[in-house]
Write a protein that binds this ligand. Structure first.
Ligand SMILES: Cc1cc2nc3c(=O)[nH]c(=O)nc-3n(C[C@H](O)[C@H](O)[C@H](O)COP(=O)(O)OP(=O)(O)OC[C@H]3O[C@@H](n4cnc5c(N)ncnc54)[C@H](O)[C@@H]3O)c2cc1C
Length: 470
């Protein structure tokens, strides 16, 4: 079996968190390899959903460092909008997934990070609690790749699970997970017509429960860059009654892509999918792809402005919201998230809303079924993410970036947001590099040293003193 050698750090998974973790580790001075199963970087970020929580709801920056550089790089080719205050999400920024993907590749090539694409993590070779090497599979067969420290950014904590790390799965008590959705892009639209329809039909705009201000108006949304809309419940109800709509979801959202006459559509949904089980994943792909077809017919027939729309692209894979949560020596809670809590050992911040899509749905039967919506509450004050949430119990030389960090089901509903994954990826990569270079485990590093290196890399650890926007 081939042995590929010479690395201090290996990052598994080159998605939203992993690409940034790899750049962070390489820039910190570690010889770093990133292993990714697909041929490009960015993972779920490249589904094109707008970034919520770059700033918190009060307008203070929550994401800096390499994630912010990525956004600025994409902005230089008109691939990211300004960040706007949003009454439901706290803040919102539109993005072009192709710009993000290619900008990430440019940043990687300038960072010294080495890539091994089209390669799947299969197993870990472990001695006691220390990972000696990973086993991967690719077109050449199996390879073994040793390193001093590892970063798991697979989203599903695949490496932590293979290495004997402690984790939970889904919601506490019943192991239910958020449903999966395939986000797809459509073009051939006349959005002005859609906004005009919404002006006439405020019942189709998703206004948060209890919201009484006047900020939640179509005119206010329309005026801001990168802002889409969610709702359209009356149209869905009508289509369901006519037998034209069977998706178990009663609302939908669209996100405009900057510089394109295209939007992403968030409407598909399949419940009871275990994203770590290939049979479930296959069912999810089949069902969501059939739902995309039905949704496109629905959009053409019912939504003004979408009469001539066509599918520009279906996603590289179905979007998984939740699977394993690693257990660190601290588990982030919903109370921490809601309170905007700070921690002595914080290494990143989060401000993505608490965003839970209805979890406990029965598997829908054939015919017309009522669908659910989404519980979402914005974060006005960003919260700190402790280093303890990025270091799994049971494995000495591993850090975690991205949605599988140590958090409760509810808290992970916020920590899974794209800006938060970028921030935890940055921290996890820097911690792994420092651990490899200093010859100690991530948990043994001085947290003050880690924080000072992260600050020197422009990561946002404390809430800034000045607001970015009112
Ligand atoms: C449907 C949906 C809608 C969302 N909407 C929004 C939104 O509007 N705004 C927002 O900010 N966030 C949103 N999110 C949340 C956010 O997009 C994701 O939680 C986040 O991007 C996940 O980042 P990650 O790095 O943890 O995982 P990913 O980006 O999924 O990266 C994981 C990477 O690891 C690779 N990988 C996995 N396993 C292996 C393996 N064994 N071997 C090799 N490679 C592997 C994958 O190919 C992938 O590249 C949404 C998520 C979903 C699913």
């Amino acid at each position: 079996m081939k042995i590929r050698q010479g690395y201090d750090v290996i990052v598994t998974g080159g998605g939203t968190a992993g690409a940034i973790a790899g750049i962070a580790a390489a820039r910190t001075g570690a010889r770093t390899l990133l292993v990714e199963q697909y041929g490009s970087l960015g993972g779920v970020l490249t589904l094109g959903m707008s970034l919520k929580g770059v700033n918190d709801g009060d307008g203070y920056k929550a994401l800096g460092g390499i994630g912010e550089e990525l956004i600025n790089g994409a902005r230089r080719i008109d691939g990211a909008t300004a960040v706007s205050h949003h009454p439901r999400h706290g803040s919102i920024m539109g993005q072009d997934p192709e710009a993000m993907k290619l900008t990430l590749m440019e940043m990687v090539s300038e960072s010294g990070l080495q890539l091994l694409l089209h390669t799947f993590l299969v197993d870990a070779l472990v001695d006691g609690q220390t990972i000696q090497a990973i086993r991967v599979a690719n077109k050449s067969g199996l390879e073994i790749i040793p390193a001093k420290c590892f970063v798991d950014c697979t989203g599903d904590a695949d490496l932590a699970a293979r290495a004997g790390g402690t984790f939970t799965y889904g919601r506490e008590g019943d192991a239910q997970v958020q449903p999966v959705s395939a986000i797809f892009r459509v073009g051939g639209i006349d959005l002005e017509k859609t906004w005009a329809y919404l002006e006439q039909h405020p019942e189709d705009c998703e206004t948060p429960v209890g919201y009484t201000g006047n900020e939640y108006s179509v005119a206010a949304f329309h005026a801001k860059p990168g802002v889409g809309m969610a709702g359209f419940r009356s149209l869905i109800r009508k289509a369901r009654a006519a037998g034209d709509y069977h998706i178990p979801r009663d609302d939908m959202g669209f996100n405009p892509l900057p510089g394109r006459r295209e939007v992403t559509i968030n409407i598909t949904r399949v419940h009871n999918i275990d994203g770590t089980n290939p049979d479930d994943l296959t069912r999810a792909e089949v069902e969501t792809q059939l739902q995309m077809l039905e949704a496109t017919r629905f959009l053409r027939k019912y939504l003004p402005g979408f009469e001539d729309c066509y599918v520009v692209s279906s996603p590289f894979q179905v979007g998984i919201r939740e699977t394993r949560h690693i257990q660190g020596s601290y588990v982030l809670t919903a109370e921490d998230v809601r309170a905007g809590r700070d921690f002595d050992d914080q290494v990143a911040r989060g401000a993505y809303p608490l965003d839970i899509h209805d979890v406990n749905k029965e598997v829908p039967k054939a015919g017309n079924v009522e669908g659910g919506g989404t519980d979402l509450s914005k974060i006005n004050r960003s919260y700190g993410i402790p280093a303890r949430c990025l270091i799994p119990l049971g494995v000495a030389n591993l850090t975690i970036g991205g949605r599988s960090l140590s958090a409760s089901h509810l808290a992970a509903g916020s920590a899974r947001g794209q800006p938060v994954c970028m921030a935890t990826g940055h921290a996890a990569g820097t911690i792994a590099a420092l651990s490899a270079l200093r010859g100690c485990s991530p948990a043994q590093l001085s947290i003050r040293d880690v924080q000072s290196v992260l600050r020197s890399q422009n990561a946002v650890i404390e809430r800034p003193n000045n607001q970015e926007e009112a």
